[in-house]
Design a protein around this ligand. Structure first.
Ligand SMILES: [Ca+2]
Length: 241
């Protein structure tokens, strides 16, 4: 009888390991920028896991009341720097404003793909969604990008940035992104100023097998949408005028 019980207990434990329960309403924090000096990368992100790198290019940034103010200064076309306009747009990766961070999200307990990305954001003028690109490259192997104004919110509407703080709830699948990443950027191809506060993932939909880079990549089944600088940036800029 004792032995039978031990076998049953062992089987139950195996089952518990094999099928991790997804806690209802679970949220995975990416960053909250509390006490953050944009010019000094912390070793750990506020969620307690390693922050590998941060990118601050073609912008000025400062911390304001626990949020970051990002003043994007993409470089205008200068014939001294580029052969022609075509060459300029081919090198958009170099001249766009780029805020980005790599956070080891795979190390978080119970890490899961999520339905939503929550972004607390406001802009200096409103309309900044037309000038910014969200770009992810999980494991530096798969590439996803979309203009911010093309991101789809939980209610089916498109993302807009206003001069008021908003908590945007972005539907990741509907927006063409996988449910988790370890590398995250907001690029800007036109001058603008935004404030960024808490970024988190919510509504776990499936666990992530983070035992290796291979198992993580195997789970990233969303069709790739490409790199930020491969989007039709010249068209986007023409549309702003
Ligand atoms: Ca904050």
């Amino acid at each position: 009888m004792k032995k039978f019980l031990a076998v049953v207990l062992a089987a139950m434990m195996l089952l518990a390991v094999a099928v991790p329960a997804l806690a209802d309403g679970e949220t995975f924090l990416w960053d909250n920028f509390d006490d953050r000096d944009p010019n000094a990368k912390p070793e750990l992100a506020p969620n307690g896991v390693n922050m590998w790198w941060d990118n601050w290019a073609n912008l000025r940034a400062k911390n304001e009341d626990g949020a970051i103010k990002i003043d994007y200064r993409p470089k205008a076309f200068d014939p001294e720097d580029y052969d022609n306009e075509e060459d300029y747009f081919a090198h958009a990766a170099d001249w766009m404003g780029n805020w980005g961070e790599a956070v080891n999200m795979w190390a978080l307990d119970g890490i899961s793909y999520c339905k939503y990305l929550n972004v607390r954001i406001k802009g200096a003028e409103g309309g900044e969604e037309n000038k910014i690109i969200m770009y992810w490259h999980p494991e530096d192997s798969k590439f996803y990008s979309a203009r911010f104004c093309d991101l789809v919110l939980a209610d089916g509407s498109k993302a807009t940035i206003t001069t008021d703080w908003q908590d945007l709830v972005i539907d990741l699948e509907a927006s063409g992104f996988p449910g988790m990443t370890n590398a995250f950027h907001f690029y800007a191809f036109a001058k603008n100023v935004i404030w960024l506060d808490e970024i988190s993932f919510s509504e776990a939909v499936a666990p992530i097998d983070a035992t290796s880079g291979e198992t993580i990549l195997a789970g990233l089944t969303a069709p790739e949408t490409g790199k930020a600088w491969e989007l039709p940036i010249q068209e986007y800029l023409a549309g702003l005028e």
